[in-house]
Design a protein around this ligand. Sequence first.
Ligand code: MG
Length: 158
Amino acid sequence: MIRVGLGRDLHRLVRGRRFLLGGVEIPARRGELGHSDGDALAHAVCDAILGAAGLGDIGALFPPADAAWKDADSMALLRASFERVKKSGWRLVNLDCVVSCETPRVLPWREEIRASLARALELDPAAVFVKGKTAEGLGPVGKGRAVEALALCLLEKN
Ligand code: MG
């Protein structure tokens, strides 16, 4: 049996916060506002793998109203989500992601982000891909006020 999963997240970008994508900190003038560390890509990937396995979503598992997740390391949330997925008997086949932001540029960091996600998800980096896009100056992403991440994954179970 195979199943696909889709995750999407958007975070506001503000001064005085770190800019994190898949656990990789990228130097930037603004960073992601969030209850946790704000890593939009890590959150999108959580939702993709949890959704594919029918195990809920990041908001249900790690509620923002719960003080336990204040400033949480989103890669720890991802590893915890992945543990649940594995416990349900699923194997992650591959992951494909799109990150949209006006600045900073994602491309120079792609290999590091792929490696970071692959480590957390026990995948070969070849099975993890990340694309960086801009929004052509349109909308909150285009105005540099937000970063958006999309993630798509495939799970397999015998
Ligand atoms: Mg989020």
